[in-house]
Design a protein around this ligand. Structure first.
Ligand code: SF4
Length: 122
């Protein structure tokens, strides 16, 4: 099932977590917005402390079967599609490590060539 199908399915029968998330997207008055901001701040400090953590992205692939309007990887966006090989990913990671970066964010679209038990299906 694709990401968009999964997402649409969530709306058919939303779980309590999804209902809570939907409630967060509803318009609220200033007092409620401030309360949400305070709660967000409290939870951020609780889980992460007073830190800023930087992630360096490695773009594994910009191939995607979905068509999210806000995304440059969208299926109908006429761009050159690229998927890194495992060796290229390792090379990129080593380069970032050499720069002193220790937190890497792996970025990719959703495509059938990617499988859950490995990077790419041959
Ligand atoms: S990569 Fe972009 S188009 Fe593909 S699922 Fe993610 S947000 Fe949507």
């Amino acid at each position: 099932m694709s990401f968009s199908e999964e997402l649409n399915g969530l709306m058919d029968c939303p779980t309590p977590l999804v209902r809570r998330f939907m409630a967060l997207l509803e318009p609220v008055d200033d007092a409620r917005l401030e309360a949400m901001a305070q709660e967000s701040r409290r939870l951020t400090r609780l889980h992460f402390g007073r830190t800023i953590r930087l992630f360096a992205p490695i773009y594994l692939s910009n191939e995607c079967i979905n068509n999210c309007k806000y995304c440059g990887f969208s299926r109908d966006n006429p761009i050159i599609r690229t998927t890194l090989t495992v060796d290229e990913v390792v090379q990129e990671a080593r380069y970032l490590h050499g720069l002193g970066l220790r937190s890497i964010l792996l970025v990719a679209g959703e495509h059938p060539k990617f499988v859950s038990d490995g990077y790419m299906q041959e």
